[in-house]
Ligand binder design. Structure first.
Ligand code: HSE
Length: 437
């Protein structure tokens, strides 16, 4: 089947990320979509500044040429802002093209008009990337939580604001200095007052509330307060009282109506969401059946946002090519594209370990234990010895190791358990740092 042709509006941070991820993961993505996906035509104001590899893409500065290109089936709008994005998207819809957008301002302000036009012309408008960057929270609410009556949701949904509050708290940095860094990193909006005055969060909250509660988009009714008046002292006092200050978007369904508000908020520091720091986003959603669920991840940046944009493109492609009654493949990949890669036996996995052992409290025992690890080629990360409890001859030794194959660890543990100085068996708990790099 021929690849689906995509037209791209905007080659900035997210546009560049979308081009790069689509190229890098082309094979994996087409296994999921059931068809190849290629960007054939792109428009940007400043073509020279893009960092994307645009080989093979027809480039220009006129976005209307892309939305009017008869070959393009899906228009991806990554320009941002209200206009000309609105006019371009409406034109694409009138031309019978599906639209994918990351533009929260556009959806929050003009979504009702855009969706009506899309229904009239029988096309899809997808906007996962508009809220919380790479976190698939729209899909989670719309599909995963479909059984629930959503009672409330609370989100840290502006990465720039959260980054600023975190740096102020941890490093005592100045507001302006942190904001400049967020701009340089490509997190902040073109107009950064949208971030620090809460407008960006209000756009996103508008969208979340609509899909959570089934109400029209009502951006103009959101109470919106930014973080510009938060001082370092506020942050410190809140901390002394056991709270963190977070800039939250909150939506709640009450008997009387729906609360829609964006403002700085103290949250008990023991809440998971209170510990969402830096540019990360998180959305906590309370459904009547499922209870609270929390969605966490990168809320801005080139490739995290591209991840959501491309997921929407894949959804549109699936809808274009599959049996409409069975759009999303049961195992996420198309049945004829499943891989025959083997599942590894546990001896072949690689991980770090936490080990706890009971060792006689006499000279040379620890040296014997560490020698066993050295002989097995295992590197120790940390070691901690606790005094024997009163009346016990054995000390407890905790060892953290670096990553190693399980087979190697089995051999080392067998040798250690065979030592005279060791009592009983060695307790092992696998340890994963789960770092993003
Ligand atoms: N300016 C936004 C933020 C970008 O900082 O979260 C992602 O929407």
């Amino acid at each position: 089947m021929n690849p689906v042709k995509v037209g791209l509006l905007g080659l900035g941070t997210v546009g560049g990320g979308t081009v790069n991820v689509l190229k890098r993961n082309a094979e994996e993505i087409s296994r999921r979509a059931g068809r190849g996906i290629v960007i054939t035509h792109a428009a940007a104001k400043n073509l020279d500044s893009t960092r994307a590899d645009t080989t093979g893409i027809r480039l220009g500065s006129d976005a209307y040429e892309v939305v009017n290109d008869p070959e393009v089936a899906i228009v991806v709008e990554l320009i941002g802002g209200y206009e000309p994005a609105r006019t371009l998207v409406l034109q694409a819809i009138r031309n019978g093209k599906h639209v994918v957008t990351a533009n929260k301002a556009l959806i929050a302000r003009h979504g009702n008009e855009i969706f009506a036009a899309a229904r009239e012309h029988g096309v899809t408008v997808a906007f996962e990337a508009a809220v919380a960057g790479g976190i698939p929270v729209i899909k989670a609410i719309r599909e995963g939580l479909a059984a629930n009556r959503i009672e409330w949701l609370a989100g840290i949904i502006n990465g720039t604001g959260n980054f600023i509050l975190t740096e102020m708290r941890d490093k005592g940095r100045d507001f302006a200095d942190v904001l400049a860094e967020a701009q340089a990193l490509g997190y902040a909006e073109a107009d950064p007052t949208f971030d620090v005055e809460g407008i960006d969060a209000a756009h996103k909250l508008t969208i979340l509330a609509s899909i959570a509660f089934g109400v029209p988009l009502q951006f103009e009714k959101v109470y919106t307060e930014g973080i510009t008046r938060i001082t370092r002292e506020d942050v410190a006092y809140a901390e002394q009282l056991g709270y963190r200050i977070k800039h939250l978007g909150l939506a709640r369904a009450t008997e009387e109506g729906i609360e829609l508000r964006v403002h700085p908020t103290l949250i008990p520091e023991r809440r998971l969401i209170a510990n969402v720091d830096g540019v990360m986003n998180a959305v906590l959603i309370k459904g009547d059946a499922v209870g609270p669920t929390l969605y966490y991840g990168a809320g801005a940046g080139a490739e995290p946002t591209a991840s959501a944009v491309i997921a929407d493109i894949v959804d549109v492609v699936r809808a274009l090519t599959s049996d409409p009654g069975n759009r999303v493949p049961h195992l996420a990949f198309q049945p004829d594209a499943l891989s025959d890669k083997p599942v590894l036996p546990v001896e072949d996995i690689e991980t770090a370990y936490y080990l706890r052992l009971q060792a006689a409290d006499r000279p040379g025992v620890l040296a014997e234990v560490t020698r066993s690890f050295a002989d097995a080629g295992i590197s120790i990360e940390a070691i901690l010895q606790k005094e024997p409890p009163a009346g016990s001859p054995d000390a407890t030794v905790i060892i953290l190791t670096q990553r190693v194959r399980e087979r190697q660890m089995n051999e080392a543990i067998a040798r250690i358990e065979a030592l005279d100085a060791i009592t009983g068996t060695v307790t092992r708990i696998r340890l994963e740092h789960l770092a993003s790099n």
